[in-house]
Design a protein around this ligand. Structure first.
Ligand code: SAH
Ligand code: MG
Length: 202
């Protein structure tokens, strides 16, 4: 997985390995989709697995960054600031990384706000990976807007789930709890901060 060393992003090796496995578990059900492309680290991991079984992966992002990526914030990367646009912009880096890879035909970037796209989305999904904004509003929009598209038997994966508030922010953990409480999901596994649930078949 050279992607892990060459592409900017926020994934640990064990989480990345697990993400690739999720494609193999769900490709027969339907395509996968993630919220939060950033520079394509997770999308390329998913895409590499998709290439092996001729499946597709959608990656959604407005590309202007989450709160923590903005100028002056903890995770701001000045290389990703577009001075012509006067804003943070990860789209050129994403397109460069996809186009330089052998997975360019397996990854489909969808550019825009997650909630706006969800309202117009129709395609059922085998896998949904939520790794978008970390505000409560963003996390709730991602969960409520997208989880209905997961096919029964398909997987919901959520990144940055920290059961102990000392380890990090709460919204991803809150939607993970909502999914469990809904009665529609069974918990499968937790790898570092990556939570994996399966939609129950009724
Ligand atoms: N999955 C990536 C990391 C994603 S970081 C990796 O593996 O490296 C979170 C991303 O979510 C940011 O790029 C940010 O622009 C995006 N994001 C935040 N809120 C969003 C929203 N409402 N709609 C679309 N994308 C959003
Ligand atoms: Mg994350």
């Amino acid at each position: 997985m050279t992607i892990l060393n060459t592409v900017k992003g926020f994934l640990d090796n064990s989480e990345a390995k697990k993400l690739a496995e999720l494609i193999n578990l769900t490709a027969n059900l339907g395509p996968g989709l993630e919220i939060g492309s950033y520079c394509g680290k997770s999308a390329l991991i998913f895409g590499e697995a998709c290439k092996q079984n001729n499946s597709f992966f959608f990656t959604v992002d407005h590309h202007t960054g989450s709160e923590e990526h903005q100028v002056g914030e903890e995770y701001h990367d000045p290389d990703l600031y577009d001075s012509k646009l006067g804003k943070f912009n990860t789209l050129p880096e994403l397109l460069k990384n996809i186009n330089q890879s052998p997975m360019q035909n397996n990854i489909i970037p969808v550019v825009g706000d997650s909630a706006s796209i969800a309202k117009r989305w129709k395609t059922p999904l085998g896998l949904l990976f939520i790794d978008g904004g970390h505000s409560m509003e963003a996390a709730l929009n991602d969960y409520h807007g997208w989880n209905e598209f997961i096919i029964p038997g398909g997987l919901l994966a959520i990144h940055d789930v920290f059961p102990d508030p000392k380890d990090g922010g709460r919204p991803p953990y809150e939607i993970y709890c909502l999914a469990k409480k809904s009665g529609n999901y069974e918990e499968i596994e937790m790898v570092k901060s990556l939570a994996i649930l399966r939609k129950i078949i009724r």
